[in-house]
Design a protein around this ligand. Structure first.
Ligand SMILES: NC(=O)c1ccc[n+]([C@@H]2O[C@H](COP(=O)([O-])OP(=O)(O)OC[C@H]3O[C@@H](n4cnc5c(N)ncnc54)[C@H](OP(=O)(O)O)[C@@H]3O)[C@@H](O)[C@H]2O)c1
Length: 433
């Protein structure tokens, strides 16, 4: 699997190198706005631009703000409706956003994202920055099923960046799963070393633990190749994206993280933490969105040293359900037994084979999450953004993981995904958690 960048992805002749972004980018294209992170990115982007406009002496002279969201739908109106419904669903909708939002029906797994030539050209000539966040996020899907979306879709984002005789930055949302190789994840991270987005990835001979991770790896490689040719690309390699730090909204109970928690509660035990190996990063979705929005508004040439998020073990949630601590082997055996008796109803049933494979190597710390490293990274970012005169910089995460987990768990209990904890003495769910 040696990724090769198509030869047509080169900056248009005469474009400035290094790339210089328009002082006030106004016209954005976002993919994946019908998904979890995408909802928060759209909200953050609009909020930030409006805040920046508020401090500009000449903001009325600026072009109107426009955030075009490409989404799967039959019509552009239906694409927009899906995006709005998604923001509402994730509690980040503000009716003030509506005048700035435009929907465009497309499909990132298809050639030219499924757009007609005139729509493609119109975007290519008008858009100031592309936020490519859309992807199939699935840990069990085979490579060939998701590569058209995750790999080819990213190549089309790079093509759009150089099309229309207008060079524009691509902000690519990648994933920490590109590091899930024995060398990078276990050797470097467990030694406490930070892996940065611009560090070379492991060679193509490395086996990653999921095909999803492989598609993101190949897409990142192609982004790096395009960047080497002068296409302005930034990579935001998100760690495990948890719920909103403000509302506790999590991603519809579909994330592996919460399925693992549910499994622990159902079998009454967590696996023992190996602090030397197990590190599970947790970054609230609103913080990832803040970073993506801040990046999108700053000059890509100023962006360097994007650190990879990772965390230190911490956390106490398991005590709320009085869970026992078992060795990994015992914990797995209990789950395998539960899967056998419960069948598909068990939260980890689809992952039965993975339980005995890569999950053992990589998820030994599932009882524990922390936001310490996230904070470290946010601080580093703030300094860079402040140095680059970005007026609105992301806030530093104020809430430690131990305070965030109750928010998320309460959301899942209210949604009926998790049973209420057994703690006595209070009817208040948050207090119990
Ligand atoms: N969740 C995490 O913990 C995590 C961690 C690290 C990185 N990331 C990255 O963050 C990004 C967003 O993830 P998420 O958790 O927000 O995922 P999500 O909720 O599943 O959203 C995925 C988005 O991609 C869109 N999409 C998928 N296939 C498409 C296609 N063929 N054409 C157009 N749009 C398509 C989906 O549209 P539909 O609504 O039409 O399906 C949806 O809007 C992804 O790039 C992911 O790799 C996520």
């Amino acid at each position: 699997m040696i990724p090769v960048l198509p030869a047509d992805i080169i900056p248009p002749k005469g474009s400035a190198q290094p790339f210089v972004q328009a002082k006030h980018p106004r016209n954005f294209l976002v993919t994946g706005a019908t998904g979890f992170l995408g909802a928060f990115i759209v909200a953050q982007l609009i909020d930030r631009v409006l805040t920046l406009d508020g401090v500009q002496p000449d903001s009325t002279a600026l072009d109107p703000l426009k955030v075009t969201c490409l989404a799967r739908a039959k019509t552009n109106d239906a694409a927009l409706a899906r995006v709005i419904t998604n923001l509402q669903h994730h509690s980040c909708w503000n009716p003030q956003y509506e005048p700035y939002l435009v929907g465009i029906a497309g499909d990132i797994s298809r050639a030219q994202w499924g757009l007609a030539d005139e729509d493609w050209t119109s975007l290519a000539t008008s858009v100031d920055a592309i936020v490519h966040n859309g992807a199939v996020v699935h840990f069990l899907a085979p490579y060939h099923k998701i590569a058209p979306t995750n790999v080819d879709g990213t190549i089309w984002a790079l093509r759009l960046a150089v099309a229309g005789n207008k060079l524009k930055p691509v902000h690519y949302v990648s994933s920490g799963t590109v590091l899930f190789s024995p060398h990078q994840f276990v050797t470097l991270l467990s030694r406490g070393e930070i892996v940065r987005e611009d560090d070379p990835l492991d060679p193509a001979t490395t086996v990653l633990c999921t095909s999803y991770g492989e598609t993101k790896w190949v897409a990142e490689k192609r982004c790096a190749q395009a960047a080497a040719l002068g296409v302005p690309v930034t990579v935001v390699r998100a760690a495990w994206i948890s719920g909103s730090s403000k509302t506790g909204t999590v991603t519809d109970s579909s994330s592996l993280l919460f399925h693992l928690i549910k499994a622990c509660i159902e079998i009454g035990a967590v696996p023992e933490t190996d602090e030397k190996v197990g590190l599970v990063a947790m970054t609230p979705v609103d913080y990832v969105a803040e970073l993506v929005a801040a990046l999108t508004l700053m000059d890509a040439a100023q962006i360097k040293d994007m650190p990879q998020l990772r965390t230190e073990p911490a956390g106490t949630w398991a005590r709320k359900w009085n869970l026992a601590v078992l060795s990994w082997d015992q914990w797995c055996a209990r789950n395998v037994y539960a899967i056998r008796t419960q069948g598909r109803g068990h939260p980890l049933a689809p992952l039965r084979n993975q339980l005995l494979g890569w999950m053992q190597r990589y998820l030994l710390s599932i009882p524990d999450w922390s936001t310490m490293q996230t904070n470290m990274v946010m601080r580093a970012w703030r300094e860079q953004l402040l140095a680059a005169n970005v007026v609105e910089v992301p806030t530093v995460l104020a809430t430690p993981a131990d305070e965030l987990m109750p928010l998320y768990l309460a959301d899942l209990v209210v949604k009926g995904f998790l049973p209420a904890p057994k703690a006595k003495g209070t009817q208040n769910l948050r207090a119990k958690l």
